[in-house]
Design a protein around this ligand. Sequence first.
Ligand code: ZN
Ligand code: ZN
Length: 323
Amino acid sequence: MFHYQHGLKITALDLAVDYTRRQPRGFVSHAHADHMARHELAFCTPETAALYRHRLGDHRIRPMPLGESLEWRDHRLTTHAAGHCLGSAMLHVETDEGSMLYTGDFKLGASVTAAPADPPEADVLVMESTFGDPRYQLPPREEVIEQLIRTVQLILNSGRTPLIHAYVMGKSQEVTKLLTQRGIPVQQHPLTFEMSQVYEQLGCKLGDFKRYDDQYLPGHVVIAPPFMQQAPRLRNLGRTSSIVVTGWAHSPRGRQTSGADFAIPLTDHADYTELLKCIDLVQPRIIYCTHGPVAFVDDLCRRGLDARPLTSLRGNPFQPCRV
Ligand SMILES: [Zn+2]
Ligand SMILES: [Zn+2]
């Protein structure tokens, strides 16, 4: 049904899944840069289509709304919510030979900007496993959100500007809504603000947020791209305390490598526990892991599961997921 050729392909449809190089036909699970390219024809949810066009320009799209099946050459293709960011979707492929679920980046549980993940059962599971290490069992989400709010209030009370570094698409909008829901207004870097406008046009309202125009408004939290994304710097921020929001915050690698004053383990990826829960929900016969540590495959095998690296179909090294 599928094979690996620089990435995952649905063989009979010649449909490339999350390729970062242009293809005649490409499924785009969500609009993060490490999952998309300027395909001749892109298959994705309508929300991802809007975000994809915002990032890469106008494109031919075959929309795949969540839950609506597309019948194509004896294949039934259905998208299911992935809970990662607005529009993110898993791809379920059913044929007479059996079924396959490709998760893309995903997270179980609640999100204020993405539909909650609902993985269906499948014979084969191709799973993103970024946090496939028992060290990445993150605290309950409610606790993490409280930690974020407390940290921001602490900084505001000390007369400093809370400056949160988050990816332009996805995490920034999630954090914005979490803050505005608690009555804390937000100013966004112009790049982030543009993306948030697309979210709003898609009906995902983010509350009281404004574009940062080189003028800090007291009482606001400022959200800007991560240090490594070389966005133009904001001016007149005053004395800042910086916060990064990332699942990696839970590891020694987190705050030290980010250089931020605070690190909050808010993630849009499944943590170790959720990865195992996803397998439980899907009940696959075979699991192919991608975007994660090799040790996770061994871990699953020790649990009696038939797990393999996706690249075992070809033999390329693992790449951790960037966003
Ligand atoms: Zn990714
Ligand atoms: Zn992603």
